[in-house]
Design a binder for this molecule. Sequence first.
Ligand SMILES: Cc1cc2nc3c(=O)[nH]c(=O)nc-3n(C[C@H](O)[C@H](O)[C@H](O)COP(=O)(O)OP(=O)(O)OC[C@H]3O[C@@H](n4cnc5c(N)ncnc54)[C@H](O)[C@@H]3O)c2cc1C
Length: 385
Amino acid sequence: MTAPDAEGLAQIRESVRALCSRFPGEYWRALDRERAYPTEFVQALTEAGFLAALIPEEFGGSGLTMRAAAAIMEEIQASGCNGAACHAQMYTMGTVLRHGSAEQKARYLPGIAKGSLRLQAFGVTEPTSGTDTLSLRTTAVRDGDDYVVNGQKIWTSRAEYSDLMLLLARTTPRDQAARRTEGLSVFLVNMRAVTGLTIRPIRTMMNHATTEVFFDNMRVPADSLVGEEGKGFRYILSGMNAERILIAAECIGDAKWFIEKATAYAKERSVFGRPIGQNQGVQFPIARAYAQMRAAELMVHEAATLYESGRDCGAEANMAKLLAADASWAAADMCVQTHGGFGFAEDFDIERKFRETRLYSVAPISTNLILSYVAEHVLGLPRSY
Ligand SMILES: Cc1cc2nc3c(=O)[nH]c(=O)nc-3n(C[C@H](O)[C@H](O)[C@H](O)COP(=O)(O)OP(=O)(O)OC[C@H]3O[C@@H](n4cnc5c(N)ncnc54)[C@H](O)[C@@H]3O)c2cc1C
């Protein structure tokens, strides 16, 4: 693993900024109108090696640290771009890296690092179980050399633009599992090589390429199983800290973008014969959003540093996600208010970023569930659900 020093991190940030400058607001606005996927942007990030940041060099990745990966995601958002189109590639591969067999790693990771194999789809959430992952109903039943999968996922983002899907399914009925958290298994499904898979796009308030996915006797080879059968819930949980930290970093990037836009506008827009930013009623919300973002940023750094040192960072990763999502949403709201009517005009990109950043208080984990985590696991309060 290469741990870049402060100068190295600054260079990474600079390179991401330079790449993102090739994808200005007009690019994202046109895609947003059509709800189209940013193929060229994802291609450019892949070619530059940014999406392979966390894949070790021995598998063709950049072998960077979590702080470097977080800096990449933050800069993408701070440049006005949208990393949601591809962020899952960075963290879902961690499940294969940590729990996959040597054969699976050799087969998949170099292709993922190069971009010839896209691992963008992560099939966990289901329509009936929602956040209660242990109640999911999709089953995978062993039949000879295959598993036969039946069921449905929802909000499986980027499934149309991915070759592989990391899928969580039940392999042992809930009442027969040795423990509450056992009986679920993770599969790395090659979606281009199966039948019985239907993907239906869901149009959402922002351009997110999300879908619902149906499995109708979908056969996957038994060697698609990642790690041990029945241990999948633990494997998915073990990847969640990375996911929380990277999404939190994206929120910090969004907050920075909104704060920069609002500050520039407050200086330049003149009403009643003076810049609106001269009024404390306009300054204070910008200053507050800045302070809130900086505090959240510290927690993101703390979580990433703990993650890199191999120490437990569950509490910090969750709190980073909570605080950063709150900060980006507060900054988004402030930015619209600072711009008055122009905050609603497409050409300013604010309404688009406002819609995009709203997601992170709900997904990949909602604010309430993080608060429950902190209450139970940090403060020792009784489990509430
Ligand atoms: C655009 C988008 C993309 C997504 N991408 C993916 C993806 O790629 N892969 C994937 O697997 N999932 C994905 N998700 C799903 C996402 O992770 C879930 O939407 C999220 O975890 C919340 O689950 P839910 O929607 O089922 O809400 P529910 O679980 O139905 O909860 C609804 C509300 O009730 C609250 N709530 C529920 N239980 C409690 C409780 N015990 N205490 C307090 N509050 C509670 C929640 O906080 C939430 O606000 C995506 C979602 C969206 C909207």
